[in-house]
Design a protein around this ligand. Sequence first.
Ligand SMILES: [Cu+2]
Length: 141
Amino acid sequence: MKPRILLLLALAIVLQACGGTPKKAAVAAAEPGLAKDGHFRVSLTWLTELKAETYLQAKLRFSVPSGAAVTEVKDLKFDPWMPSMGHGTVTDEQTLTLEAGQADTILVDRVYFIMGGAWDVRLDATVNGQADSATLSVEVP
Ligand SMILES: [Cu+2]
């Protein structure tokens, strides 16, 4: 009887340890908007209602982890990708404009999602001279 209780106890401990795994993974997951090498953070705001099969406008605001002012954003690429289906969308009509008087804010016009679902926006940028890339999750209704 006793070894059996010990076995159950051991099993309970093992199960508890397994239950902790998703929590650990969540901590390890990248912070939303943080570039993979940590050179910048970016936040995405939709200025038009988020939906598929229509042109959208987005606003990107960049910051750097040091807290220094963003003086230059260049070489920006805004590339939506649908990981579950392995395809992208049309990007050649996009226009990227610096918001007037704001070195850290870019307006992305004519963003187009060819279908609804879970998208990643793969974003490349050089911020204050440091090239990096970030991935932003977007759920398109
Ligand atoms: Cu798709």
